[in-house]
Design a protein around this ligand. Sequence first.
Ligand code: GUN
Ligand code: ZN
Length: 429
Amino acid sequence: MPDLLLGQTLSFSGDPFVEGPGAARHVERGAVLVENGLITAVGEADVLRRAHPEARLHDYGRALISPGFVDAHAHYPQTAIIASWGKRLIDWLDSYTFPEESRFGDAAYARAVADTCLDVMLANGTTTVCSFCTVHPESVDAFFSSARARGMRVLGGKTCMDRNAPDTLRDSAQAAYDDSKALLRRWHGQDRLSYVITPRFAPTSTPDQLAALGALWAEYPECPMQTHLSEQPEEIAWVKALFPRARDYLDVYEAFGLLRPNGLYGHAIHLTDRERARLHEVGAALIHCPTSNTFIGSGLFDLAGLAAQGQRVGLATDIGGGSDFSMLRTMAAAYEIGQLRGTALHPAQLWWLATAGSAQALGLGDRIGTLAPGYEADLAIVDLASTPAIAQRAARGDSLWETLFPTIMMGDDRAIRATWVNGRPTPGP
Ligand code: GUN
Ligand code: ZN
């Protein structure tokens, strides 16, 4: 039996960075028809109710029916060390991240953390995440098994490191290639799961390991590749010292076959003009991680400038360098960084980034992130009056954007009334 969800609907038929807020499709008393995991119709509530009297009704009143949020870069194994105090990137990795990641050879521990992470994400309306795992194949099996049990579309991969990391977290060039290939063959394309080739970042891989992963990507160019790029000045100086012949940080990846259109480059804050031009030429995706960039003190990503150049950009929490699982809090941080750079991002741009924009960055723009027939039915139902403070401000709004913006700036998991995954409401808390 089909399900018919009633509420305000919001989605995008184009990119608001190009077309402006007019790219939004908003229906005040709208409806979404869902059947067998897919959206089969989107329109006016009255019309769809009359056309589908057989459908099971879910009346969400004035709440907003949105595509589920898409978190384009996270580290699920860092769930338990989120909000760790007082370090910059390299110190933060050594003090908090690496000791925690060392535990993920234990399959039961990995599965418990994956379950916690994905449940918290679902409670925040996030239906897709692209995650780094750890060096241990068990951590990948745990992540994909957990997502499969929830029916989620996720992406992930084994994080490869063969230097500048503790023994417990190091593989080798050959093991990185062999393990990644075996995991890719086991998981890529199973159910709603995609394997992502995952060198952590240039400083923790030898040239041999980067070359091995570049070769693997050439064998499986349909898989995305994720890594980090130009997050902090100290990191960039380290890359320069380790790879003195490279023109810049991006050139290290390119030299080893790790620059292609379906490459996902996290952070990308301190880019040179050459790097920007080359990323644009290739059409690779840059992933903005705003709560992480403020929390670890990394810098102010040039979202407006990069979008104006036509770069592909996604939005992400970067758990646990990021300080919140909520894509609403992430949108708020992106807005604030935009303000610090002198550009007020429009709510349409923020919402698009958290849904269709991130989906496109991940190469999934034809399956998720949009309310339209044929798309997968991953939905976030968002209460636009979830706290007294938000409710009183939203009540003053006389347009969609004025009633939505208080939830972007002040909302969190309390604003998520329900999350639908693959055509089914997930069990509530
Ligand atoms: N650079 C390399 N590894 C990491 C990580 O785990 N988090 C962040 N924020 N940056 C990184
Ligand atoms: Zn990261």
